[in-house]
Design a protein around this ligand. Structure first.
Ligand code: NAD
Length: 291
């Protein structure tokens, strides 16, 4: 069993770190939130009071923080992972960030004699808790194979999709699909309600046909109860829509619907829903319709 440092114990990172502990790894955790560290300690992890302490002597380091600035700070800061993890350590960032940030951090790690892969995930809080995440991995073959045993503890579908940064490119595509499908489900609900249809039976019918989806299955209760506890926060999806729009510009491709979904997510933030689950796009469509 290996010595693992784990940074970022939020909605996703806490259960993921918990699975590594349960699998028998010697896991040292750090988060800015001391309560989050204490919770993992109660599950058998060791708590650290800095990133440096969490990664010192680690064979592998896993990070799960919100966005690009956090990943840059966690890896490249003076107290950061690259400066303090041993040479040869395997560094695995599972946050959702821009592909070029992954490449930048990976190059810094390589210069320090470390190995780095990007492994963003899909499957949400339930996927993290049940260890059935889909993990989209970018990196060199040998590094990805070295990371695979850790991924298999936290996820179910492990896909090596290309070189460093490629995992993030696929995750951007994933977020475009998830945001778009939530938005269309929201419009479908408002359409059915406008027609006086019973929503529960309407959603049953949709779920049983071609329009059924994992998104509808997972977000059905949020939609029906208008309960938007996260889950996946609108603020994080806003960050992801920015990555998608930027990636499209870089790749010189036109994605007209991505622009619309991005503006819908931005509208949710402006309506004060930034810390709500992304199923709250339904509240935006309802607001537009005066409901
Ligand atoms: P979260 O906000 O719940 O957790 C992030 C954690 O990182 C927090 O506990 C925060 O204190 C910690 N953190 C931030 N900066 C830090 C630092 N410098 N040092 C140590 N800890 C730090 O976010 P989340 O929902 O767990 O998402 C994490 C990442 O996973 C994001 O990139 C998100 O886009 C992605 N993601 C989330 C979901 C989801 O359903 N929530 C699903 C797939 C992917």
């Amino acid at each position: 069993m290996s010595k693992v440092g784990f940074i970022g114990l939020g909605i996703m990172g806490a259960p993921m770190a918990g699975h590594l502990v349960k699998a028998g790894h010697d896991v040292t955790v750090f988060d800015l939130d001391k309560d989050a560290v204490a919770k993992l300690e109660s599950q058998g992890a060791k708590g650290a009071d800095s990133i440096a302490a969490a990664v010192s002597g680690a064979e592998a380091v896993v990070t799960m923080v919100p966005a690009d600035p956090h990943v840059e700070a966690v890896y490249l800061g003076e107290d950061g992972v690259v400066a303090n993890a041993p040479r040869g350590a395997l560094l695995v960032d599972m946050s959702t960030i821009r592909p070029d940030t992954s490449v930048k951090v990976g190059e810094a790690a390589k210069a320090a004699g470390q190995r780095f892969v990007d492994g963003p995930v899909s499957g949400g809080q339930a996927g993290a808790e049940e260890a059935v995440l889909s993990i989209m991995v970018g990196g060199e073959d040998a590094d990805v194979e070295a990371a695979r045993p850790y991924f298999e503890i936290m996820g179910k579908t492990i896909s090596h999709v290309g070189p460093l940064g490629a995992g993030q490119a696929v995750k951007a595509a994933n977020q475009l699909l998830v945001g778009g499908i939530i938005a269309l489900n929201a419009e479908a609900i408002v359409l059915m309600e406008g027609a006086g249809v019973d929503i529960e039976s309407g959603l049953d019918a949709l779920a049983g046909g071609l329009a059924g989806s994992t998104v509808l299955q997972r977000k059905r209760e949020n939609f029906l109860k208008r309960s938007y506890d996260p889950g996946f926060r609108i603020d994080l999806h806003h960050k992801d829509m920015g990555i998608i729009v930027e990636s499209a510009r870089k790749a010189d491709v036109a994605l007209p619907l991505a622009g619309q979904v991005a503006q819908l997510v931005a509208s949710a933030r402006k309506l004060g829903l930034g810390d709500r689950d992304h199923s709250a796009l339904l509240a935006v469509i309802e607001t537009i319709n005066g409901r």
